[in-house]
Design a protein. Sequence first.
Length: 230
Amino acid sequence: MLLTPSAAQAQSPACVAPDRVPVPRLEQPRRGEPVRKVPVAGYLLSMSWSPQRCAGVRNPRDARDRFQCSGENGRFGWVLHGLWPEAGDPGYPQWCRPAKIVPQPVLKKHMCMTPSAQLLQHEWAKHGTCMSPHPAAYFRAAEILFRAVRFPDMTRLAAAPQTAGSVRRAFAAVNPGVKEAMIAVAADRDGWLDEVRLCLGPRMKPQQCRPFQKGLADRRSVRVRPMPRD
């Protein structure tokens, strides 16, 4: 990639993975959800704004959300939702191989990048199995790409009204070689910034998003939840 690693507003600098990660449950396609083994035409690197995720949980100290949302492991900013192989149309590949439980060392290594053992398991089962037979290789590729992304000043963005277009511009401005058309923005039903996705080509280089990948239109209003204060 043309990007340079940066920790700004990414994972919590205080994050330390636990000695033992809870064993996730096996993930399989839901009823009616198809297995799709189709050619890979590119990828999406999907990154979640953790303050928005945690604002919606019922109890940040529940086992499912405690690592990410309790504050006991620091305050997370941008975290990785997943690295998704894409097709040339909306029918992306998924559930390509039966997925065993991700090994403990792999879960532990990547908990500060994707702070949920169950989400790591889900991403491996649904998306990673379409890229590699080995979870360690899949998450290593995701880590390299995620660490290369620079993040804009989210405190500044949260302090003023934004649009999907202004969020795209903020990301493009701090990532040399990345243009606004290579970035997709997603928000929840109330208009809060939820995710930013980087469109990648078959060699995992940034490329213009296809029409079905673009996310919100530039003029759509977006609110940015600030990082919580300690």
